[in-house]
Ligand binder design. Sequence first.
Ligand code: AMP
Ligand code: ZN
Length: 478
Amino acid sequence: MRLYNTITKQTEHFEPRGDQVMLYSCGPTVYDFAHIGNLRAYVFTDTLRRTLELSGHSVKQVMNITDVGHLSSDGDEGDDKLEKGANREGKSVWEVAKFYEEAFKRDSNLLNILSPNGYTDKKRSDNYARATDFIESQLALIMLLMDKKIAYQTEEAIYFDVSQAPDYEILTKQKIEEKEVAARKEVVTDRNKRHPQDFALWFFTVGRFAGHSMHWDSPWGKGFPGWHLECSAIVHETLGEPLDIHTGGVDHIGTHHTNEIAQTKAAYDKQLSRFWIHNEHLLVNGEKMSKSLGTYYTLDDIIKKGYDPLTLRLLYLQSHYRSHMNFSWESLEAAQNRLKSLRAFADLRFQAQSQNNDSSDMFSLLIQKFIAHLRDDLNTPLAIAALSDLIDNVGQKGLSKQDLGQFEEFLKQLDDGLGLRLLDRDDIPEETKKLILEREAARGSKDWQSADDIRAQLLDLGLELEDKAAGPIWSRLS
Ligand code: AMP
Ligand code: ZN
């Protein structure tokens, strides 16, 4: 399999180091509903996992949930997003985290995103690694960095000294001095930071954070962890270093992932991950999603307009994960039509006809082609495009009974790879099938009136009929 690695800026051949692929994915900060840009990131990670599994790998995936410490900037400036959420809603931070975690899990289910499988939270009986459940591990990491004098303490925080991180620019290829210039432009809140680009590992509950409601004791004083720390600590506790693959959005490259790499290298003298894979952003009308322009959408907004959540999943998959994707309602409408035709295609398995077209080679060739596109740096647009010819071909010729086994196998691979739940729908009821046969009989005896009546009855039942040479084929209206 080939994957684009942000570290080398090249598409490389990928093999896991051991028996299982160790995959870590940066997860959501649970202070608000995920928007459709965030959700693109998780569908991308899910597609990566599915493609690895389709290629025969066993995957161990861990995803964190950030429920503390992510400030309104990705650096050390601003307020904690969770505290802001709590103030906005007049709830406690714990209530806010719980509420938006549930919303995230619901969105993930609706989009058929596989739940991570590399860690189990026994308390909550789910599979997400929450930052607040890994405080001990984060403190142990700080302790190591303090011992090595790579971390230092001011009155406000404990910082990581980036001047001591030899590979600090490994992801961005941006020199620290250049980053320093960018960092200086920001408001540097702590005058005692040694270098503006040093980042906080632990904030003390003083100054702007004096009233911070989430805090823990530490050997250096009460406080809470900085955002970047949790991922290094969770990886260390769960999958171990080096990971085979670490994923996130492109916005993580410059700060969050750069800092994760530096912490892990400095504390454990280990590379955090061999491959770094980043998804590009989603745009709306060619621009960043914006609340004030009314172009900020959640999955609920999509559902409220009557779309199946899997339509959004298909829309994501029609763009390559490393390309900007532009969301519009027109493109969602087109994806809905495409999903409908994919579902009608899958429904052909209930309507195999006895005529003798031998298409079995075609199915096995197409399965290979489909998987080959996915294995080529997750080329989902080409994998989906490759289906169009097949859909036309089978649509015209019909599915012959001898190809049914191959066809079902093909659909299973499609579902495993794309997660569109094509196989979830059952056959139509026997009575409906009888109606279709009755209509055939009426047509046979040229009783056009009865045939039309039955067609109308079937429409009421949500089925359309198309008369083909080998007999009628039904498809569902939705
Ligand atoms: P957050 O919950 O803010 O930490 O972000 C969750 C994930 O969504 C991260 O992987 C981000 O990189 C990603 N993300 C944020 N905005 C967008 C966007 N417009 N398009 C795609 N991914 C995004
Ligand atoms: Zn992370």
